[in-house]
Design a protein around this ligand. Structure first.
Ligand code: NAD
Length: 502
C-alpha cells in the first residue's frame, strides 16, 4: 500500500494503525472476507493516494448477512427489554466519544470533509445514540375502545403494541458517511431490529470502525452486519432480498427509484432520503451580514456535497448587487485544501468522477448563458478540488438551476416582486423538496413565506438547521418518510392492534 502522502499529513498513530489493519465484512459478529475474495481501494480524495484496502462482498455475502440478521432477530436479541437495548446504545455513544479523534480523522481521509465538520458529525452521532437510547425506553402502545361487535357479546380490551419491523437493510451514501450510518443504525437498534448495512463504495471505512465499536459495546453477534460493496451488486441484493423486511436508503433520487422497483418482490417497507435543489430566498430587509455568510455556506458547506445544499439563490433586486459582491468576497477568501488542515473550509470532491461531473455542469452553465461571477477555473494538481463557483443571471429553465449538481456551484436568480405567492412559486419550481431558507427581518414575511414553501425542512435566517431531535426528510422527489427525531424511530416499528374478549 502506498501511503506516502498520508505520512506527510499530520495524523495520529491510532489512525495509521486503523488504516493498516485488514478491513473485512462484519457478518454474524465475525470479520470475514467476501465469498469471492474481492477488495477495493479506498483513496484520500485530497491526494488520490490509496489509504486502505477493503474487502467487498457480493450477493452470496448478503445472503449470509441476512441469515445472520434473521437468526439474531429471532434469538436472544428479541428477548432484550427496551432498557437493555437502550443501555447498549448508551455504551456505543460512550465508545464513539472516546474514539472521536480516530473517527474524525478516518472521516476526513476517506471523504475529504474539513476536520471541524467531521468532528461535529462525530459529536452528533454519539448524541444520536443517546437520543435513541432514551427513545427506546419510551416505546409504548396505547389502549383504546374495543370494537362494538365484540363488546355487544362480552367484555373486551383493545391495546396496541409497537414491534420492530424485523431485518432492516441500510444503504448509505458517501457524503456524510458515519452520520448517515448511525442515523439509521441507532433507531433500528432502539426499535429492536437487526440490520445489514451497506456503506458507500466511496467511503467504506468509518462504518467498519462503528461495527467494531458495536461489538465492543456488547451488541450481540448478528444484530449488526456490515457488507461493503457496489450498489448495483450488494445494494441491489439488499433491496431485492425477500427476507429483508425494510430498506432505508439515502442517496440519489435516481437510485431511489431503483430501490422502489427492487423492493416490490416482498413489498418490504421503504424509507428514502434523496436529492435536493433547495431554495434560499433573500428578501429586501434581510440582515446582509448574516445573509452573506448564510448564502455562501448554504451552497458551499461540504463542497456542495450536501443534500440540503441551498443551490438556488433568489435575491431581491434592491439588494442583489451589494449582497452578491459581499458573497463573492467571502467565497474567494474560503481556504481550499486538505481536510486535515484545521483552516480548510473547502475540501476535495469525493472522486474523479464527481469532479468531472461538476466541471461539466460549470461548462453547461457558461453555455446556457449564465454569468460566471466567481470561480469556475480548473484547479491544477492532485486531488479532486473544485473552486467554489457562482453563476448569476440564472433563469429557471437552465439545467444548472434544475439539476442536482452535488458540488460547489451556486446559481443566483434575481426577483423584483414582493408578492409572497409569486416568490414561493419560484422557490417551488423544482422536482425536489428537501430543504430551504428565508432571509428577512420581518417575522410575518418569514412565517408567511415558510408556509408556502414545499419542503421538509425550512429555516429562517439560517440554512440546513438539522438536529438529532428534528424530523428531516423530503417532499416531492426528495424522498419518502422522515429520519431524526421520533419519526426516525417510528420508521423501524410496526403497530400491532390486539383485542382480548373475556
Ligand atoms: P447514490 O444513489 O449513487 O448511492 C447511494 C448508495 O446507494 C451507495 O451506497 C450506493 O452504492 C448504493 N447504490 C447505488 N446503486 C444502487 C442500486 N441499484 N441498488 C441499491 N443500492 C445502490 O448516491 P451517492 O452519490 O452516494 O450520494 C449522493 C446523493 O445522495 C445525492 O443525490 C444527495 O442529495 C443524496 N443524499 C440525500 C440525503 C438526504 O438525507 N435526503 C443525505 C445525503 C445524501
Amino acid at each position: 500500500m502506498n501511503n506516502s502522502k498520508i505520512k506527510q499529513i499530520n495524523i495520529a498513530s491510532a489512525t495509521k494503525e486503523f488504516l493498516a489493519q485488514p478491513h473485512k465484512l462484519l457478518i454474524d459478529g465475525v470479520w470475514v472476507d467476501g465469498v469471492e475474495g474481492k477488495t477495493i481501494e479506498s483513496r484520500d480524495p485530497a491526494t488520490n493516494e490509496v489509504i486502505a484496502k477493503v474487502a467487498i462482498g457480493g450477493r452470496q455475502d448478503i445472503d449470509k448477512a441476512v441469515i445472520a440478521a434473521r437468526n439474531a432477530f429471532e434469538g436472544p436479541w428479541s428477548k432484550l427489554t427496551h432498557f437493555e437495548r437502550a443501555k447498549l446504545l448508551s455504551r456505543l455513544a460512550r465508545l464513539i466519544e472516546s474514539n472521536t479523534d480516530l473517527l474524525t480523522e478516518i472521516e476526513v481521509l476517506d471523504n475529504g470533509m474539513p476536520t471541524n465538520i467531521a468532528r461535529l458529525t462525530i459529536h452528533n452521532i454519539a448524541e444520536m445514540c443517546d437520543y435513541y437510547a432514551a427513545a427506546a425506553q419510551r416505546i409504548e402502545g396505547t389502549t383504546t375502545t374495543p370494537p362494538r361487535h365484540i363488546t355487544d357479546q362480552a367484555e373486551a380490551l383493545t391495546y396496541t403494541l409497537r414491534e420492530p419491523v424485523g431485518v432492516a437493510g441500510l444503504i448509505v451514501p458517501w457524503n456524510v458517511p458515519a452520520s448517515t450510518a448511525v442515523l439509521k443504525l441507532a433507531p433500528a437498534l432502539a426499535a429492536g431490529c437487526t440490520l445489514v448495512m451497506k456503506p458507500s463504495e466511496e467511503t467504506p471505512l468509518s462504518a467498519l470502525l462503528l461495527g467494531q465499536l458495536c461489538l465492543e459495546a456488547g451488541i450481540p453477534a448478528g444484530v449488526v452486519n456490515i457488507v461493503n460493496g457496489f450498489g448495483s451488486d450488494v445494494g441491489e441484493a439488499i433491496a431485492q432480498h425477500h427476507d429483508v423486511d425494510k430498506v432505508s436508503f439515502t442517496g440519489s433520487t435516481q437510485t431511489g427509484r431503483k430501490i422502489i422497483c427492487a423492493a416490490t418482490g416482498n413489498l418490504k417497507k421503504v424509507s428514502l432520503e434523496l436529492g435536493g435543489k433547495s431554495p434560499v430566498i433573500v428578501m429586501p430587509d434581510a440582515d446582509l451580514d448574516l445573509a452573506t455568510v448564510g448564502v455562501a455556506m448554504a451552497t458551499f458547506f461540504l463542497q456542495g456535497q450536501n443534500c440540503m445544499a441551498g443551490t438556488r439563490i433568489f435575491i431581491h433586486d434592491s439588494i442583489h448587487d451589494e449582497l452578491m459582491e459581499r458573497v463573492k468576497l467571502f467565497t474567494e477568501q474560503m481556504i481550499i485544501g486538505h481536510g486535515i488542515n484545521p483552516a480548510t473550509m473547502i475540501g476535495p470532491l469525493i472522486s474523479q468522477k464527481q469532479w468531472e461531473k461538476v466541471q461539466r455542469y460549470i461548462e453547461i452553465g457558461m453555455s446556457e448563458g449564465a454569468t460566471l461571477f466567481s470561480g469556475g477555473q480548473k484547479l491544477e494538481g492532485e486531488g479532486h478540488f473544485v473552486q467554489p463557483t457562482i453563476f448569476t443571471d440564472c433563469t429557471p429553465d437552465m439545467r444548472i438551476v434544475r439539476e442536482e449538481i452535488f458540488g460547489p456551484v451556486m446559481t443566483v436568480q434575481r426577483f423584483s416582486t414582493l408578492d409572497l405567492d409569486e416568490i414561493a412559486r419560484m422557490a417551488n419550481d423544482t422536482i425536489y423538496g428537501l430543504s430551504g431558507s428565508v432571509w428577512t427581518q420581518s417575522l410575518s414575511t418569514a412565517h408567511s413565506l415558510v408556509a408556502r414553501i414545499r419542503a421538509g425542512q425550512v429555516s429562517i435566517n439560517c440554512h440546513g438547521a438539522v438536529g438529532t431531535n428534528i424530523p428531516f426528510g423530503g417532499y416531492g422527489q426528495s424522498g419518502w418518510g422522515r429520519e431524526f427525531g421520533q419519526e426516525g424511530l417510528d420508521a423501524y416499528l410496526e403497530t400491532k392492534a390486539v383485542t382480548a374478549q373475556f
